[in-house]
Ligand binder design. Structure first.
Ligand SMILES: [Zn+2]
Length: 237
């Protein structure tokens, strides 16, 4: 069995790399965005610290908390969006990485309260359906426990669906959250989402009546993610 220190170090390492990828992929500016990962026992969550510039971020800055948000390891305050991440981890045991950005195109769709429709195979390779938008939070929800309630409207939208089938959601008037089987995977999904959002915008600009057939969507999604997936190389995992 892995010991506690190894688990914590591994989590912090993964989360630091995933957060730095946000900058590498052009998904964030300033200190925007945050990525977290939960360990296999689902007891420890590592997340970006609040307000630390990416260029100065080091391993020891990454904060580890329990599922209630109590800091276990680290001297800094966790990201202010921690409670949103925790709501998602508590509800969906197969989500082990969460990424939040204000990447431009996905945020434009969030602000416009528009879902990102499946318009081609790029979208279908990663997302099994339209990327949907949550409802707006009520005034009371914003004033009472804003970050936790942001998590709740995400849960309300995903419901009992598997969040990894369509690992992205747009929070109305806010921005996207993406999910993954680990932190790096959630950032990869954020990068794809951003590109898909931009492509969708221009596609609809050129032809607002375009219809993408469901059978092509299903073919592309299933050859990568279905029971009999055959895309890519076989791994020995
Ligand atoms: Zn945000």
């Amino acid at each position: 069995m892995e010991n506690y220190q190894e688990i914590i170090n591994e989590l912090r390492k993964n989360v630091l790399e995933a957060n730095l990828n946000l900058v590498k992929y052009g998904l964030v500016i300033l200190t925007w965005g945050n990525v977290s990962e939960i360990d296999k026992s689902r007891k420890y969550v590592a997340i970006k610290p609040s307000g630390v510039p990416y260029s100065k971020m080091v391993l020891d800055d990454i904060v580890v908390t329990d599922l209630e948000g109590n800091v276990i390891v680290g001297n800094l305050k966790p990201s202010s969006d921690l409670q949103t991440h925790l709501e998602i981890y508590k509800k969906y045991p197969n989500v082990s990485g969460i990424c939040h950005t204000h990447s431009k195109w996905a945020t434009i769709f969030s602000q416009a309260n528009r879902s990102i429709k499946v318009l081609g195979t790029t979208h279908s390779d990663y997302f099994s359906k339209d990327v949907e938008t949550t409802r707006l939070l009520t005034e009371l929800e914003v004033k009472s426990n804003y970050e936790k309630n942001t998590g709740k409207v995400i849960l309300e939208k995903i419901g009992e669906n598997n969040p990894l089938d369509c690992p992205a959601i747009l929070v109305a008037g806010h921005a996207p959250f993406t999910f993954g089987h680990d932190a790096l995977n959630s950032v990869e999904n954020a990068l794809v989402l951003e590109n898909v959002a931009e492509m969708a915008y221009y596609t609809l600009e050129l032809n607002s009546d375009v219809v993408f057939p469901k059978y092509v969507l299903d073919c592309h999604y299933n050859r990568k993610h279905g029971k009999n997936a055959y895309y890519g190389q076989k791994t020995s995992k």
